[in-house]
Design a protein around this ligand. Structure first.
Ligand code: SF4
Length: 435
């Protein structure tokens, strides 16, 4: 009889894909099958995130809860970015943890699961780093890692320490992987990388010379693939050729994440982001000119060390000018292994809270205007999930969540939907055509 595996996944899309990789390896090589019931699991894995402080603090209380609920003999493993940065300390603080597996080491899951108190957190790599069995949570959409790690050194970010140097996966392997997913029913691919549009920068003379724009062109030629998304691009690498390709290639969904972090050039310098407020605005203007229908989303950190009122006003000004549809905004929290954690001029929590509330309030107003304006419009929606009450969910080309009444016949189809109702997080509509 198969053993049961329970996995909790925190954090970004890269972690979601790492979870898929671990499920593939464990089910193919170790005969595990997934369960959603913790109490019946033989193996419990927490795939962690360490970008902010809170999830890290939560980890140890969660291990305590899992330990009480788990059945006799069940193993607990901690994987992901917190595993990378805390390593052995996790087992010292929580000896009930059986293994610790870093974000760069998921290919070792079948080895560590057999050992007591194994710790694998190296950030070296070989090709096994990106060679995995096949498992996809959603057969209609495939997530594909195109690069691993990050070569940047943003002073607030722990990722280079947890995921290691950036490597790009050869494009022929990516075409093979995507073609296989398409043959299994996926019409959409999400290309993943910490710094996705830096793809190919480290390829040597002996390797195919291809950058992210070239990769988008190559992947677009795959028959049956209809939609391409990607995350997360870096504003610094948004050159004209890339933006032209984004706007003109009909397979590329018109949704783009442009992580601002701060609107102040001075703070961007302290963050080592490599661009200015003017460059950022110029790139967003270019996107709007070439592709007015594109939805632009962003990340913003408030209360970065040294952020003055004037710096924060710069951020508010960029928000007003670009009118981001989605905003992922957070108060700065010092992370280990980062330069900014050592900066002396930390902003008080009180000031950061006031700024965050103001930013989010203004963004909510913008979002409401954007969503209300969708009523009466027609979107092409790719449906991929059945919901209770005869409802089906999908995403528009520009990434909006859309619900319609319908059945499983809609799954895997891209159809025109007229929007009838808008709320902050989603749209409701009616199907206009269905083949
Ligand atoms: S680009 Fe900067 S923020 Fe993004 S993962 Fe790399 S270091 Fe972190």
């Amino acid at each position: 009889m198969s053993k049961k595996l329970f996995i909790e996944t925190l954090g970004c899309a890269m972690n979601v894909r790492d979870t898929e990789h671990m499920i593939a390896e464990l089910s193919i090589k170790k005969d595990y099958e997934l369960t959603e019931t913790l109490e019946e699991a033989d193996l419990i894995i927490i795939n962690t995130c360490s970008v902010r402080e809170k999830p890290v603090a939560k980890l140890f209380s969660e291990i305590g809860v899992f330990n009480k609920k788990k059945k006799e003999g069940a193993k607990i493993g901690v994987a992901g970015c917190t595993a990378s940065h805390l390593g052995e300390e996790i087992i010292k603080r929580a000896p009930s943890v059986d293994f610790v597996l870093g974000a760069r080491n998921v290919s070792k899951i079948t080895e560590v699961v057999e050992k007591k108190h194994a710790v694998e957190v190296s950030t070296d790599y070989d090709e096994s780093t990106y060679a995995f069995g096949e498992y996809r949570t959603n057969s209609f959409k495939a997530m594909v890692n195109i690069s691993i790690g990050c070569d940047k050194a943003c002073t607030f970010c722990i990722v280079p320490a947890t995921r290691g140097d950036e490597i790009s996966i050869p494009s022929d392997l990516l075409v093979q992987e995507i073609t296989k997913a398409v043959n299994n029913g996926a019409k959409e691919v999400m290309l993943l990388g910490q710094n996705v549009n830096n793809y190919g920068r480290r390829f040597g003379a002996a390797e195919e010379k291809i950058d992210f724009t070239g990769l988008l062109q190559k992947i677009s030629a795959i028959d049956g693939l209809e939609r391409i998304r990607f995350t997360s691009p870096h504003p610094l690498h948004m050159d004209d050729a890339f933006l032209d390709e984004f706007a003109s290639n009909p397979k590329i969904c018109k949704q783009i994440h442009v992580p601002l972090q701060s609107g102040s050039t001075q703070l961007l310098k302290a963050m080592k982001r490599g661009y200015t407020k003017e460059w950022f605005l110029n790139r967003c203007e270019k996107i709007r000119t070439l592709c007015p229908e594109a939805a632009i989303s962003t990340d913003i950190i408030v209360g970065f060390p040294g952020e003055s009122d004037a710096d924060f006003e710069d951020t508010m000004e960029v928000l007003e000018k670009v009118r981001f549809e989605q905003l992922f905004s957070f108060k700065y929290s010092p992370r280990p292994h980062t330069e900014a954690a050592e900066y002396g001029n930390q902003v008080s929590d009180e000031v950061a809270s006031v700024r965050l509330t103001r930013l989010q309030k203004r963004h909510t107003e913008i979002l409401d205007e954007v969503m209300d304006a969708q009523v009466g419009k027609v979107h092409k929606v790719y449906f991929d999930e059945l919901k209770p009450g005869n409802r089906v969910a999908g995403r528009s080309d520009d990434g909006k969540l859309v619900f319609v009444e319908g059945s499983e016949e809609l799954l895997g189809q891209i159809v025109d939907v007229k929007i009838t109702k808008a709320s902050r997080g989603a749209l409701d509509g009616v199907v206009l055509n269905q083949s």
